[in-house]
Design a protein around this ligand. Structure first.
Ligand code: GUN
Length: 301
């Protein structure tokens, strides 16, 4: 088994974060201001708590300010909207992220659309979604952005390639489709109502499972030489231990794929690096500084 089959998202994201830190220091020096990222967590969802902790830690590591707001599960929608409004107006906050999922009594779309589009580091605001689908410059959701960076490292132009996304969420599946179209791939979005999913996945040059079902994608679904970008992060118990697995059966898919992301250490760390990248972008805009050529952040990774 050759090592270079594995797409090492951990190592690549570390490189990106180092470069963000260096651009960030320059930005702080020029503006006299420190980019601030506000993260809002509602309730006690254990996975969300882990994600938020990681985001906070990595935000501080690149020299940005992390502002955490933890609200009770039963917080009213009005109160949450009030907090977002306050963060919108706060000059020390350049990025706002409201961790999903939110409790059922809160209208997530309403909350996400209350975030100022210029501070929308998740890229979930309708304005940013519309821009992304129109091929305009926009803030792009972090997980699909991370996946597209990994794919670009393998192949910048996906002309003639068939990409199959499994999952139609607003967080991953749909924006991933927009990005892949922008890279000239032919895109299929599959979901729980898709007929004969294995047959469609077998046609794929690129497979992006993003459904949250542990090891759903089997080795015999994967065409020899396909690229597998596994977005799933599922905590399961195996042999009495808690472990993380993706939406693809890693060992089986490894044997068939030409390149594959592991779980953990694949897409997950790329999501956080992209969140910091988006925060750097929104900070340049809000500090009224000319954007330097940030393409070097993603060059020769
Ligand atoms: N929950 C799972 N992924 C994400 C994400 O990328 N952003 C937010 N805000 N919530 C999430």
């Amino acid at each position: 088994m050759s090592e270079n089959k594995i797409i090492d998202g951990k190592e690549i994201s570390e490189k990106i974060r180092k470069r963000i830190k260096s651009f960030g220091s320059e930005l702080i020096e020029k503006s006299g201001k420190v980019p601030g990222l506000a993260v809002v967590l509602v309730g006690e969802n254990p996975a969300s708590r882990v994600y938020v902790r990681n985001k906070t830690e990595k935000t501080k590591e690149v020299g940005f300010q992390s502002i955490e707001h933890k609200l009770n599960e039963d917080v009213s929608e009005e109160k949450l909207l009030g907090l977002v409004e306050k963060l919108n107006k706060d000059d020390n906050v350049q990025g706002i992220l409201v961790q999903l999922p939110l409790p059922k009594h809160i209208n997530s779309d309403k909350v996400l659309d209350s975030i100022l589009p210029v501070k929308d580091v998740d890229g979930f605001h309708a304005v940013n979604v519309g821009k992304l689908w129109s091929g305009l410059n926009s803030l792009v959701p972090c997980t699909p952005l991370g996946c597209s960076i990994l794919l670009k490292m393998i192949n910048d132009d996906l002309s003639g390639q068939h990409a199959v996304i499994i999952g139609r969420s607003n967080i991953v599946g749909k924006p991933m489709a927009a990005l892949l179209l922008g890279m000239n791939a032919t895109v299929s979005i599959c979901h729980s109502r898709t007929k004969d999913l294995p047959a469609i996945v077998r046609q794929a040059d690129i497979v992006v499972p993003a459904v949250g079902i542990p090891e759903m994608v089997k080795g015999d679904w994967i065409r020899e030489g396909a690229v597998v970008i596994d977005v799933g992060i599922n905590r399961i118990e195996r042999d009495g231990k808690n472990i993380l697995v993706g939406d693809a059966n890693y060992n089986e898919c490894y044997d068939k794929a030409s390149r594959i992301t592991p779980v953990p250490g694949g897409v997950g760390p790329m999501t956080i690096a992209c969140l910091l990248l988006n925060t750097l972008l929104t900070s340049y805009t809000q500090f009224d500084l000319e954007m330097p050529d940030l393409s070097s952040i993603l060059k020769d990774l």
